[in-house]
Design a protein around this ligand. Structure first.
Ligand SMILES: Nc1ncnc2c1ncn2[C@@H]1O[C@H](COP(=O)(O)OP(=O)(O)OP(=O)(O)O)[C@@H](O)[C@H]1O
Ligand SMILES: [Mg+2]
Length: 362
C-alpha cells in the first residue's frame, strides 16, 4: 500500500485488518491501495495490482463499470449488490458483494481518485437481507398478525369445547376425581383466556399499518425491486430482464406492500431457475388495470401442486416456509386485484397480476 510516508502506520494497519476489500485508484485510474481482502476477492497479488490501471486488475466487468461511472460523473454509489464468480479450487464460486464507489477530492476540491469498498454478504441469505431492507418491516408485521389470527381461531373453538366439557362434568354426580378434573379445567380455561387477551391486545395495538395508497409509477417501483434481486439471479448465472410498457399510467397502491408481494414472486423465480435461467418481468396496461407478468423458465410446478401453491404454508422446498405466495395473494386482493398462474414442468412458470389503476375502480 503506497500511502503518504508522513502518515502513520495506522492507516496501513487499519487497511490490513478490515474485513472489507478496499481499492483506491488515483485520478488516472492507477491503483494505489489494494488491501489483503481485495487480493482475496480479485485473485490478484498486491504487488501486481499497485500502479496498474484498474481495468487491468479488476477481473469483473460489472465492477469496472462502476469505477468508470465515478470517473465520468464524479459521483459515488453505495450499497450496490453485485454478484461475482470467483474461480475456486474446483468450479467457480459465486459470491455476493455489497459495494461502494466514492470519488475522493483533496482540500481544494480537486478530484484525486476513486475509492471502492467491497463486503462479502454471500452468507447473509436472501430473506434476511430482504427483511432488513424492507424498512417498515412489513414482512414481520404481516407474519406476526397472521400468526395471531391463526392462533386465535382454534383458541375460540377450544374455549367453547372447554365449556361443553365443564357442563358434562357438572352432570357426572358420581365421578370420583370430579374436583381434580374441575380444577384442571379451570387451569386450562384460565390459560386460554390469558392467551386470548394477549392476542387481542397484540392485534389491537400492533396493527399492520393500514394500506397507505399513493399514486406511483409502477415501472419505477418494479425497477427498484429488480435492482435488489438481480444479483441473486446473477449468482446462479441467470438473467433478470425487464420489459416495461412505456408511459404506463400511474397506479394507486401501497408501495411497500406491493414491493413485498412482487419480491416474493421474483424470489420464487430465482429459486426455480438453474444455470442460464431467464426471468422476465413485463408491465402492460388497459383502461382500468395494469398487469404485471413474471415469467421464468425454471423447474415449473406439477399439476398436482398447482392448486395448492397459494395455500398458507404450502411449500415443496426443504427450507421453505410456504408464506411467499400467500402473502403475495393477500396483498394483491387487498388492492382489489387478482393473480393467476400458468406452469409447465421443466418449462417454466408465469404469474400474471392484475391491479386496478385505483382500488376504487373495480
Ligand atoms: N416460479 C416458481 N417456479 C416453480 N415453483 C414455484 C414457483 N413459485 C412458487 N412455486 C411453488 O410454490 C410453492 C409455494 O411458494 P411460496 O413462495 O408460497 O413458498 P416457498 O417459496 O416454498 O417458501 P417461502 O416463500 O415462504 O420461503 C413453492 O414451494 C414451489 O413449489
Ligand atoms: Mg417463496
Amino acid at each position: 500500500m503506497r500511502i503518504n510516508r508522513a502518515a502513520p502506520d495506522l492507516f496501513e494497519i487499519i487497511l490490513r485488518h478490515l474485513k472489507e476489500a478496499v481499492v483506491f485508484a488515483d485520478d488516472r485510474g492507477r491503483i494505489q491501495i489494494f488491501n489483503p481482502v481485495a487480493v482475496k476477492f480479485f485473485k490478484v497479488k498486491e504487488k501486481q495490482a499497485l500502479g496498474k490501471r484498474f481495468e487491468r486488475v479488476i477481473p469483473y466487468k460489472i465492477i469496472r463499470k462502476q469505477f468508470d461511472s465515478v470517473y465520468e460523473h464524479r459521483e459515488g454509489h453505495h450499497d450496490i449488490e453485485l454478484a461475482i464468480h470467483v474461480p475456486a479450487v474446483s468450479e467457480e464460486e459465486a459470491r455476493l458483494l455489497r459495494c461502494g464507489f466514492y470519488p475522493v477530492f483533496d482540500r481544494n476540491e480537486i478530484f484525486i481518485g476513486c475509492l471502492a469498498t467491497f463486503a462479502d454478504i454471500t452468507e447473509k441469505g436472501l430473506l434476511s437481507r430482504e427483511i432488513s431492507q424492507s424498512k417498515d418491516l412489513s414482512t414481520i408485521g404481516m407474519l406476526a398478525r397472521w400468526m395471531a389470527h391463526e392462533i386465535r381461531n382454534p383458541l375460540s373453538s377450544l374455549n367453547i369445547n372447554i365449556e361443553l366439557l365443564r357442563d358434562e362434568l357438572r352432570e357426572e354426580i358420581h365421578l370420583a376425581q370430579k374436583e381434580e378434573i374441575e380444577s384442571l379445567l379451570n387451569f386450562i380455561s384460565y390459560e386460554t383466556l390469558r392467551l386470548e387477551n394477549n392476542l387481542k391486545e397484540f392485534l389491537d395495538f400492533n396493527r399492520l399499518p393500514p394500506l397507505k395508497f399513493e399514486w406511483v409509477q409502477l415501472n419505477e417501483v418494479l425497477d427498484s425491486i429488480v435492482r435488489l434481486l438481480r444479483p441473486d439471479a446473477q449468482m446462479k448465472n441467470a438473467r433478470m430482464e425487464v420489459h416495461f410498457q412505456k408511459k404506463l399510467s400511474l397506479v394507486k397502491v401501497d408501495v411497500s406492500q406491493i414491493n413485498l408481494g412482487i419480491s416474493n414472486l421474483l424470489i420464487n423465480s430465482v429459486q426455480a431457475v438453474s444455470e442460464r435461467g431467464e426471468i422476465h418481468l413485463f408491465t402492460r396496461a388497459s383502461k382500468k388495470n395494469v398487469f404485471i407478468i413474471i415469467q421464468d423458465n425454471g423447474e415449473g410446478i406439477s399439476k398436482e401442486h398447482l392448486p395448492k401453491i397459494f395455500d398458507f404454508m404450502f411449500s415443496t422446498k426443504p427450507m421453505g416456509s410456504g408464506l411467499g405466495l400467500s402473502i403475495a395473494k393477500k396483498i394483491i386482493s387487498d388492492h382489489h386485484g387478482d393473480i393467476t398462474v400458468r406452469s409447465e414442468m421443466n418449462k417454466g412458470t408465469t404469474f400474471r397480476i392484475r391491479l386496478p389503476l385505483s382500488p376504487k375502480m373495480n
